[in-house]
Design a protein around this ligand. Structure first.
Ligand code: NAD
Ligand code: TYD
Length: 352
């Protein structure tokens, strides 16, 4: 039975990964270490309650004693690090926590894995550390071309800088100690269980409640949208078959300007709910994000050629599935937007 330490899996991508893995693999053990920040929610894991293959541990990836204890208890074969502070806007107002979790947390996991897996002069067989990273470490593209795995790192935001730093530490553990590692760098994910501070769930939620839709700047920034289940499949494939020490970019090959995403959500919701108040009059162009990267885009040629992965879900299908999921999960939305959400929202948008 393969044993995984997975971190941050009460959040968006991690919770989807738990569902994906338990459906796909009969004989696995997932130990899910999550601090339950504002972005982590046990509601996201309701569907696996009672499944003994998933064990939830509340805790911080920076807590060395706890991570060491988990390694001693479970003898993990694989670590997959999803845990992070993940929101660019928050990193602009409060960068320190991004260094703590994203950089120090990653180094702590690497060090604990090294202590557990290094035997004599070598490494215990069959082990792997997989870092879930982002295409934002490459910076911003002009009108042409795509990021590849050899594009130089050129992060701009405190968030992407912290993720790039973490990636460098992962490679340092590989190059210095010979640790078996992979890094995946994906484009913007969308789908169920995404916290509504990110573009797609935020716009769905606001439009449904006839609130204004804050589009940063001219709305022509481009993101490459990847359906979250496709991303989960890619991570599983890299964990299983990725070549030691390699980086794999994971992209939807699905670039859209933000304004197109917002217009698509509005027209879909308008038609589906038959609500005449949902229309483009809700769009409000607000002050641009500081240092806003213009364009991200990935051609996932390497992972396709080496592992046979490609994005299976078209944007047209994925966005309909996503909107339907949020419409069918009003309780979830109410739950995650209770507490400090409104305070955060008001703070974030009061000066825009
Ligand atoms: P998320 O914000 O939804 O979830 C992050 C999870 O990490 C939460 O459950 C939170 O409680 C947990 N966490 C935060 N700090 C922690 C700590 N110190 N110790 C333990 N747990 C902690 O993020 P997400 O969108 O699911 O992203 C997951 C990973 O994928 C991140 O590493 C992110 O950088 C990367 N990524 C995300 C996207 C995207 O579009 N969402 C794109 C590229 C890369
Ligand atoms: P986001 O979902 O925050 O992801 P990232 O910054 O990691 O790409 O934002 C996606 C794009 O949408 C980005 O160009 C910023 C823009 N955006 C808005 O225009 N309005 C918003 O309210 C948000 C949250 C994002």
């Amino acid at each position: 039975m393969k044993k995984y330490l997975i971190t941050g899996c009460a959040g968006f991508i991690g919770s989807n990964f738990v569902y994906y893995m338990l459906k796909k693999h009969e004989d696995i053990q997932l130990v899910n270490l999550d601090k339950l920040t504002y972005a982590g929610n046990l509601e996201n894991l309701k569907g696996v309650e009672g499944d003994a293959r998933h064990i939830f541990v509340q805790g911080d990836v920076c807590d060395k004693a706890l991570v060491q204890k988990l390694f001693a208890q479970y003898d993990f074969d694989c670590v997959i690090n999803f845990a992070a502070e993940s929101h660019v806007d928050r990193s602009i107002t409060n960068p320190e926590i991004f260094v703590a979790t994203n950089v120090m947390g990653t180094v702590n996991l690497l060090q604990c894995a090294k202590e557990a897996w290094q035997q004599g002069g070598g490494w215990a067989p069959g082990k792997k550390y997989l870092q879930v990273s982002t295409d934002e470490v490459y910076g911003s593209l002009g009108a042409d071309g795509f990021f590849t795995e050899t594009t130089p790192l050129c992060p701009h935001s405190p968030y992407s800088s912290s993720k790039a730093s973490a990636d460098l530490f992962v490679m340092a553990y590989h190059d210095t100690y010979g640790m078996p590692v992979n890094i995946t760098r994906c484009s913007n994910n969308y789908g169920p269980y995404q916290f509504p501070e990110k573009l797609i769930p935020l716009m769905i939620n606001n439009a449904k409640h006839h609130k204004s839709l804050p589009v940063y700047g001219d709305g022509m920034n481009v993101r490459d949208w990847l359906y979250v289940e496709d991303h989960c499949k890619a991570i599983d494939m890299v964990a299983e078959g990725g070549r030691d020490g390699e980086v794999y970019n994971v992209g939807g090959h699905n670039e859209r300007p933000n304004i197109f995403i917002v217009q698509t959500i509005l027209s879909q919701l308008h038609d589906q709910l038959g609500d005449e108040e949902i229309g483009e009059n809700l769009i409000q162009h607000v002050t641009d994000r500081l240092g806003h990267d213009r364009r991200y885009g990935i051609d996932p040629a390497k992972i396709r050629a080496e592992l046979g992965w490609y994005p299976e879900t078209s944007f047209e299908l994925g966005i309909v599935k996503t909107i339907n999921w949020y419409l069918a999960h009003e309780d979830w939305m109410e739950n995650v937007t209770s507490g400090n959400y409104q305070k955060y929202y008001d703070e974030m948008y009061k000066n825009r």
